[in-house]
Structure formats: C-alpha cells, structure tokens
Design a protein around this ligand. Structure first.
Ligand SMILES: Cc1ncc(COP(=O)(O)O)c(C=O)c1O
Length: 359
C-alpha cells in the first residue's frame, strides 16, 4: 500500500474521524431509511414477499452480520487479507480507480479494459496512460512515462475479445518497476481456478497483486462484486470510496446467497462441462475466422471481414433462434467488428453444432 494513502488513513484515526463498519445493537431505530417499515419483514404475511432490506448505507444502518460473515468468507476463500462487497462490479471499479491512485500518481491501463475501469480513471486525479492490449513491450515503454506511484490495471480474461492476460509476466514487470497491480477478474472467477477462485489464484499471484475485483453477476449467476486486497486497502476504501459510502447496502440475504454461490461444490463439475463445450466449439474451426487463441476461454469471437458480414451473420443466427452478440465500434475499434459468443456449461453439443453450421 502506498505510504501516502496510509498517512491519509492515519490522519483520520488521529483526528477521530475514521470510518469503520460496525453493527448497531440498538433496539430503537431512529437512524435507518426504512420510513415505511417494509425492510423489517412487515410488508406481507406471504412468504414469497418477505424480505429484509439493508435500510441504509453500510456505514449507517446497512451493515449486518451477514455482510461481515460474507466478507470474511471471501477473504479466506480467495486467500487474501480482506474483502469488501460492492453492489456491482461497476461501482467496485469506480471506487477503486477513483479513490486509490492520487494526484501525481500514474495509472497504466490495458487499452481494452472495461468501461467501469475507464470511468473510475476519469474520476481520478492521477495521470492515465493506456498501453497496447496484452503488449508487454508497450507496457515497459509506458513505465518510462510514469511518475509518482504507478498502478497497472488489467483484466485477467478480457470481456470483449475473450483473451487471457499474460498475468505472470505483467506481475513480474510490476515487481521490477515497483508498481501496484490491479486485476479485474469479473469474467474469470467461477470459470477458472480449482474452486472457481480465478486466474490470479490459479497462478499463485495473490501476494503480488495489489487488488482484485471479482463479480457475482457472471459465472456465479447473481449480482454484486467484491474488492480483494489488504486490510489497509479495505479500510481506505471504507473511508474514501464515495460509490461505497454513499449508497444503500445489499439486503442481508444477498450476502448469504453470495457466500453459498461462491462456496459451491458443483462449480468444478460445471467448469468441466464448460471446458468440454469450449473444446467442442473450437474443434475444426481453424479456417473460420475464429479467435482468440485462448483454448479455454468461454468468450469466443467470430471475426468477419467487414461490418456488413457481421450484421448478416448476426441476423442469420437470430433467425435460427440463436442469440449471440454482434460487437460494433466504439466497443471494438473500427474494422474489428465481430460476433461475440459466450459458451456455457449448459449449451448442448447439438446447439453448438447448429451454431457452427451458420458461419
Ligand atoms: C470486466 C468487467 N468488469 C466489471 C464489470 C461490471 O460488473 P457488474 O455487471 O457487476 O457491474 C463488467 C461487466 O460486464 C466487466 O465485464
């Protein structure tokens, strides 16, 4: 953790203004936003409609035993000191990038990172420089333009073109350049790692990576996200990350569900099914404009020669009841328009064969 940040936190501790997540033991509620009492199970006697809302932000009335238990489970499961749950991956990235790099620091980011990272960078006072996608030489060159503390931001599995980051080499570069590495694992958790912990853990890079962003809305099939890192990082976010501080927390039941979904023994067999479907999809595709090269990626791309062919192919698929996602500029650079195919453990071989017959 950057010394500047620790000093800021220490200053708040000395001043007595440090924020921390506490559980209120009060019986008489004059602090939550539950104006009509609906968040207390009082809405209906019908089981289907019973719920308990957060009633406020985590720092006010919205903290719960469930939230704290989930965060300590996540820290343990992902082999890291601390974790902090966010309402979405978008707000996790916004928090991390807008809060941690300070004025005078530099953010080096892969040109293909997700919009939520870019928006966080826009809100930051740090200087930001992109490097060519997965290009270690360009990253090295960009280190020479950096000043202050340097943060390198990558995704482990890129959401739009489905290729995997050379994380080992990037981690080495960060070590030799004294930089903090941030890895967005939104699309890797669940899919990779022995029990779905993602690529950072599969590569045993937990102690080198400064912060990981994981999401629960993709392979885990729910919603929400978490930042994984040191206790200092989490304390800093609790104190300074506005998208965390100024929003209503998740309902307690969501934390329970997140814990159950992540700690799910079925993950391995689903991972196995998924990998066999990816292998089946890629078989005999060599001459069919299919990339990326990553054999294990659930995101596969069909690159057509031009935008008209992309539109025609997408239409043909739709007419056959097959839903894929055509990606146009500016999401991808002009001339790189493509069809994005997300493979799942539940897609049957017949479905995949039908899909392949269309291009
Ligand atoms: C790489 C990446 N990071 C973050 C997010 C945002 O996650 P969420 O949908 O939970 O807001 C996404 C969503 O598509 C993503 O692809």
């Amino acid at each position: 953790m950057d010394r500047k940040l620790l000093e800021k936190l220490e200053w708040r501790r000395k001043e007595g203004t440090v924020r921390s997540l506490s559980l209120s033991k009060l019986n008489i509620d004059f602090f939550s936003n539950d104006y009509l009492g609906f968040a207390q199970d009082g809405f209906s006697t019908n089981e289907e409609f019973k719920f308990r809302g957060a009633t406020g932000s985590r720092l006010l009335s919205g903290n719960s035993e469930e939230a704290l238990s989930c965060e300590s489970f996540l820290a343990n499961h992902f082999n890291v000191e601390s974790s902090l749950v966010f309402n979405s991956g978008y707000s996790a990235n916004l928090s991390l990038l807008s809060t941690i790099p300070q004025r005078g620091d530099t953010i080096l980011y892969d040109e293909l990172v997700h919009a939520s990272i870019r928006d966080g960078i826009r809100l930051s006072f740090a200087k930001a420089i992109s490097f060519n996608h997965n290009d270690l030489g360009d990253l090295e060159a960009k280190f020479k333009l950096a000043s202050g503390s340097v943060y390198v931001v990558v995704e482990s599995l890129y959401s739009m073109n489905g290729d995997i980051s050379p994380l080992n080499d990037i981690a080495k570069k960060c070590l030799s350049n004294n930089a903090f590495l941030i890895v967005d694992e939104a699309h890797s958790v669940g899919v990779f790692g022995n029990e779905g912990q993602g690529l950072v853990q599969e590569l045993k890079l937990e102690s080198i990576v400064f912060a990981r962003v994981i999401t629960f809305g993709k392979a885990f099939g729910f919603h929400g996200a978490a930042i994984l890192g040191s206790k200092n990082l989490v304390d800093f976010l609790i104190n300074f990350a506005r998208p965390f501080i100024y929003t209503t927390g998740l309902p307690p039941s969501d934390y329970k569900l997140i814990e159950r979904l992540v700690n799910n023994k079925i993950i391995q067999s689903r991972q196995f099914d998924l990998q066999s479907k990816i292998e089946f999809f890629r078989k005999d595709l060599i001459d069919k404009h299919c990339y990326p090269s990553d054999l294990k990626s659930p995101i596969q791309i069909i690159q057509t020669e031009n935008i008209d062919l992309t539109i025609t192919l997408a239409e043909r698929m739709k007419m056959n009841g097959i839903y894929t996602k055509p990606i146009f500029s500016p999401t991808v650079p002009q001339g790189k328009e493509c069809i994005r195919i997300c493979l799942h453990s539940f897609n049957t071989k017949e479905e995949i064969t039908q899909l392949k017959s269309l291009f």
